[in-house]
Write a protein that binds this ligand. Sequence first.
Ligand SMILES: *Cc1c(COP(=O)(O)O)cnc(C)c1O
Length: 231
Amino acid sequence: MGQIADNLAKVRERVALAAERSGRGSQSVRLMAVSKTQPVDRVEEAYRAGARLFGENRIGEAGEKFSDFHDDVELHMIGHLQRNKAARAVGLVSCVQSIDKAETAAALESRLEAVESTMEILLEVNTSGESSKSGLRDEEELYRALEAILEMPRLRPRGLMTIATLTDKTSEVRRCFRALASMGERAARRFGLESFDELSMGMTGDFEIAIEEGSTLVRVGTAIFGQRETV
Ligand SMILES: *Cc1c(COP(=O)(O)O)cnc(C)c1O
């Protein structure tokens, strides 16, 4: 078995164990292979090992690698989306997980209308409070953005995404994930949304904690592909 297939199997096992520990079925957590910076032959290796959900953080790079990739793959945008790149995201990714401005959503909506299509989105919340991170700052900003987005008929808001504080303190990491889960619940109730239940949280360093706190989708790069080269 190749290194990537081997890593993927180990991550799947850890996801299943964490789900089990939390009294949830392993089917309740989807595993995304974060393939940013990885060359397409390594992405192909992950595909051959069974990965079908991929995440990229740059639209240009995503287009180069995925516009001609396998048809049965689902690709999500997980990095900050500039408004002027929104049009290119349409038709390339099936979900933008990193919406933190109504203006970006509006740019997607306008393109979707032009091509008569729809798209799922997640709203990114900055739960760590670090000013360097993108994402909606608090619940009030989330409500305001969601209110605007619910007027956009071609966007399907499915839930929330966050990146927890990068720290060894598990209590702080857990606090971020809990905050996201409760914000998601309250938002769904407030706006009467039936399928607003996706919680994209957890990366290589913290996905088990995220699953314990209700994650439905973990985004894992390093534990599958190995250390990224820093550019
Ligand atoms: C890079 C990235 C990941 C994956 O990070 P790893 O620590 O390598 O698992 C997950 N989510 C986002 C938004 C990322 O940019």
